[in-house]
Design a protein around this ligand. Structure first.
Ligand SMILES: [Zn+2]
Length: 121
């Protein structure tokens, strides 16, 4: 039987734990924002790719691991600093507006390039 005292102690523990969780997320978000500001070039290992969706340039859509829920899908070539700007690229596609499936073991755009014939010039 849980006593009211034990219950109240558990509530306090829960609130303290939530503070730690919130602080952790705040620190992670700040570290990510600093990374985007100072060195927004990522390696393949640092990216999550889409399962099926490509940028108009032919590279898969992706986002950096560790970003917040307010982030967006972008062209993986731009994120890796290898984009050819003679070709059209996707706009930034916020997670909250675009339902794009992330990669899994069987479905990914990672490492796939679909060359396009049309350039914007
Ligand atoms: Zn692109």
């Amino acid at each position: 039987m849980i006593t009211e005292k034990q219950y109240n102690e558990a509530i306090i523990q829960k609130e303290e734990a939530q503070k730690s969780i919130n602080l952790y997320h705040k620190e992670q978000n700040k570290a990510f924002e600093n990374r985007m500001k100072n060195n927004p070039i990522f390696t393949d290992d640092e990216l999550t790719y889409s399962a099926f969706n490509f940028c108009p340039c032919g590279h898969g859509l992706a986002y950096p691991k560790g970003c917040s829920m307010q982030h967006y899908w972008d062209c993986s070539a731009i994120l890796k600093g290898i984009a050819n700007f003679d070709f059209e690229h996707t706009a930034k596609l916020p997670f909250s507006f675009y339902s794009i499936r992330g990669e899994n073991e069987k479905e990914t755009t990672r490492g796939i390039f679909l060359p396009r014939e049309k350039s914007k010039i």
